[in-house]
Design a protein around this ligand. Sequence first.
Ligand SMILES: C[S@@+](CC[C@H](N)C(=O)[O-])C[C@H]1O[C@@H](n2cnc3c(N)ncnc32)[C@H](O)[C@@H]1O
Length: 244
Amino acid sequence: MSNKLPESYRWVETEDGSKTLYSPLFDENCHSTAGAIAETIYTYLKPNKVLERIQEYGTLSILEVGWGTGLGFHTTLDAVKSLSSATIDYLALEIDPILIENSQDMRFSVTQLTSEIFVHQAKVENINLRILQGDARRSLPFLKSIEPQLQFDVIYQDAFSPKKNPTLWTVEWFKDISKCVHKHTTLSTYSAAKRMQKALLEAGFGVSIFPGHGMKSKATLAQWDTVTSPELFDKLKIIESFKD
Ligand SMILES: C[S@@+](CC[C@H](N)C(=O)[O-])C[C@H]1O[C@@H](n2cnc3c(N)ncnc32)[C@H](O)[C@@H]1O
């Protein structure tokens, strides 16, 4: 990444030696300080079986909710670039133009879709990358309306925390995503907030829990065509009494 960022954005070294970025807009780091690359591999690539699915099908379509530093993309690229015959479509959503501006060394072609939605497009090795600039709650439904076939196999749900970035953890948001899934689509996230899991459930996903990265005890994996375990289902049904 080039260094065109205002001073209020700070790079932060994490425990595996990779760097994450502090966003002044959301007052939060983009990754866990326990290791930005390690967290990305552990929370997104592994549970969604990215490598295995590309090896099996030769193609994969990934949605990343929150482009941020581009680390999710670059970590995925490193994992898949040796599979040169595979084709991967990667769509990342980002509201903060400064972060996209900071990635301009990737030589994007830019198309304006509406007054507030832009697409930055590049072919990088075997990945067709698009970054959709704008508020994801408007940009994803808009893209779906002009590309009805838009569908993802894998979703990296990587918004800032539900406390700092609540609009991307709601039932309405997961329903927007659910219009772009098929029965084997998986979604993973570092968060295990009960209200967010309930929102996933209400939007139609089956929800499960796996051990979290670093200090986090739990993370969440959702799949469109699966059943939530009866124990978790019962817990989420009585969510009104929960304090996350
Ligand atoms: C945790 S960071 C993502 C980190 C990123 N996956 C990476 O590997 O660097 C969350 C990102 O979501 C973006 N974001 C927050 N709200 C958004 C919204 N409503 N629409 C689109 N992007 C949003 C933030 O600007 C931020 O870049």
